[in-house]
Write a protein of this length. Structure first.
Length: 331
């Protein structure tokens, strides 16, 4: 999607977060025995493919830094890996306009692995997202895994390890990635692009731990979505219960819920500000108090939703109904 971070390439020693994973991979680099197959799995947007590339760079670099456990990032080998342009590394992924990784893409690996490495100690292939291989592709990959060619290294990357054949999973060294903390996402975003404090805070919260999503929000998606959401909130009092339920459904998808929480808070703050600054009469003051109560209630509900994993859709329905009533809807 043309994000800035595609061109930003940290070496293994400069990757943010994933402390345990990095300690393990650095040991593997130092040992110079990477094995034949790795499986990197964990939530989307935490940098699994970035870590895979930095791992390959570290294995290939002949001028290692970080105590011999990281690529230097400066030498020609490191630069070729960073540009995705090293002859001993082939990245396999979904083709343009495709929804699965096909057997032809996996079969080309056999030919690739049959060649002698040009300059690196191994021929390396990455498959991302490996769960998107169709059945024929998965079976072809299994053959490669069953009889790994000498000096070959395969790194499978996926957010859905459960969708891989168990026979594929069992042949891989497994590395589990955890979610990034908000602090880590903030640091990564700050390194990637200059942002105002407010945009940064919103983008971090709205991304829900996914760096790619946070970055997209920080690059301008947020204002458009904010406008859409504010329009939807303005239409609440005249919406039917069915429409509210539909709206709740649209915003309750796992990747959207963190975002709607941010937008909801922003909208409520704006409403609260409006009622409090114009609270001249007793009526106005009562209205302001009612809004304040709702703001606190929504805040508590959202926090509980995350803490005890409540049903997103039902929570949003309840919130939308209460907000519609507060603005005069009579259901
Ligand atoms: Zn290097």
């Amino acid at each position: 999607m043309g994000w800035h971070w595609v061109t930003f390439f940290p070496t293994l020693e400069h990757i943010i977060g994933h402390t345990g994973v990095l300690a393990h991979l650095r040991q593997v680099v130092a040992s110079n025995r990477p094995g034949h197959a790795h499986l990197f799995f964990g939530p989307p947007g935490v940098g699994k493919a970035t870590v895979a590339a930095a791992f390959i760079q570290a294995l290939f670099c002949r001028n290692k830094s970080g105590g011999g456990e990281s690529g230097c990032g400066q030498c020609p080998v490191c630069r070729k890996v960073a540009q995705g342009n090293h002859g001993d590394w082939i990245p396999v992924g979904m083709g343009e306009g495709k929804t699965r990784i096909g057997v032809d893409q996996v079969r080309q690996l056999a030919g690739f692995f049959a060649l002698t490495p040009l300059e690196a100690p191994w021929k390396v292939a990455t498959v991302d997202d490996a769960a998107l291989m169709n059945e024929a592709a998965a079976n072809a990959l299994l053959k490669t895994l069953e009889e790994p060619p000498p000096r070959s290294l395969l790194i499978l990357v996926t957010r859905q390890p459960g969708k891989l054949l168990p026979t594929i999973r069992s042949r891989c060294l497994k590395t589990r990635f955890a979610r990034l903390t908000p602090g880590e996402v903030r640091q990564i975003l700050t390194n990637l692009t200059p942002l105002s404090a407010a945009t940064l805070a919103d983008a971090v919260a709205a991304g829900g731990g996914d760096v790619g999503r946070s970055l997209a929000f920080s690059q301008g998606e947020l204002p458009a979505l904010r406008q859409q959401f504010f329009q939807e909130m303005a239409a609440l009092p005249t919406s039917s219960l069915g429409q509210l339920s539909l709206l709740a459904g649209q915003w309750s998808a796992p990747e959207r819920f963190a975002l709607v929480a941010v937008l909801l808070k922003a909208w409520l703050q704006e409403r609260l500000h409006g009622t409090v600054t114009h609270a001249n009469s007793l009526d106005d003051r009562q209205r302001a108090e009612a809004w304040l109560k709702v703001v606190l209630w929504v805040d508590g509900v959202l926090r509980q939703t995350v803490a005890i994993n409540l049903n997103h859709r039902l929570v949003l329905e309840a919130v939308f109904i209460r907000l519609a009533r507060l603005q005069g809807a009579d259901y």
